[in-house]
Design a binder for this molecule. Structure first.
Ligand code: ADP
Ligand code: MG
Ligand code: MG
Length: 252
């Protein structure tokens, strides 16, 4: 089964240390959630994993299915099966959604093993139905004029089409109404299985009403300060973060 193992990771932005001794292991079959107050470095973690040049790994180790992730180029990470939904996906002009998805799928396959157009269309139809997406969505130019909710839905469509081994979803729930939230959750839940691991980064607990995580981690000041099961997210929803700060003697 796939895995992502992060050990003693330290990450700095413009010389300022943001992640401090961050440790986490995600295995196939598991859905983890990271919650935490704003500015604690959740998105920094996601960006560092994807290899964003602005995020400097000052020390630590990340292993992805036995390989040194930090030695891999950005596109190699994606091709090896790591999926990262950005908080604000960029707009790419002139490429339809369907074209983009098909070439993304094929770039992850061996030459000669490309997905046939028929199979691709069948799979796309099936996933779009599940996500309650309008068919015309496939022919729209990538992200051009997509609403916030459409972008999120589209990210989940990408997830379902690409079938990565490990996905990191950063604030996939932000700005979604309840209907869109349910659809996004349906997509993630449909991916569940031994060959898929997922890290959901969220500021709010409400997404976790629809996707039950196996493990919940609280992040503060650049590291995980507490881990538990789904009940931890419920307690955070009810009581906020202050009790953890008190427990740990953290001042803000
Ligand atoms: P979170 O996602 O938990 O809200 P972030 O990872 O976005 O937190 O931010 C953590 C800290 O790093 C914050 O103090 C933020 O100001 C800083 N930071 C994040 N991204 C950048 C960046 N691109 N340039 C400079 N500082 C940044
Ligand atoms: Mg933030
Ligand atoms: Mg963030």
């Amino acid at each position: 089964a796939p895995y992502l193992k992060i050990e003693n990771l330290h990450v700095a932005i413009e010389g300022k240390e943001i992640l401090k001794d961050f440790n986490l292991e995600i295995n196939g079959g598991e859905i983890h959630a990271i919650m935490g107050p704003n500015g604690t470095g959740k998105s920094t973690l996601a960006s560092a994993l994807m290899g964003h040049p602005k995020y400097e790994i000052t020390s630590g180790k990340v292993t992805f299915n036995g390989e040194d992730l930090l030695e891999m180029e950005v596109d190699e990470r994606a091709q090896a099966g790591l999926f990262l939904a950005m908080q604000y996906p960029s707009e790419i002009s002139g490429i339809t959604n369907a074209d983009f998805l098909r070439s993304a799928i094929n770039s992850r396959r061996e030459e000669g093993d490309e997905i046939s157009l028929m199979k691709f269309i069948r799979k796309l139809d099936e996933k779009m139905d599940l996500l309650e997406m309008n068919q015309e969505f496939a022919q729209r130019y990538l992200n051009e004029g997509f609403s916030g909710g459409e972008k999120k839905r589209n990210e989940i469509l990408q997830l379902m089409m690409l079938e990565p081994k490990i996905a990191v979803l950063d604030e996939i729930d932000s700005g979604l109404d309840i209907d869109a939230l349910k659809v996004v959750s349906t997509g993630v839940n449909a991916m569940r299985g031994e060959e898929f691991g997922c890290l959901i980064i969220t500021h709010y607990q409400r997404l976790l009403n629809y996707i039950t995580p196996d493990k919940v981690h609280v992040m503060m000041q650049g590291r995980i300060v507490k881990s538990g099961g789904a009940e931890l997210a419920e307690r955070l929803e009810a009581e906020g973060y202050d009790w953890i700060k008190e427990e740990l003697g953290i001042e803000d």
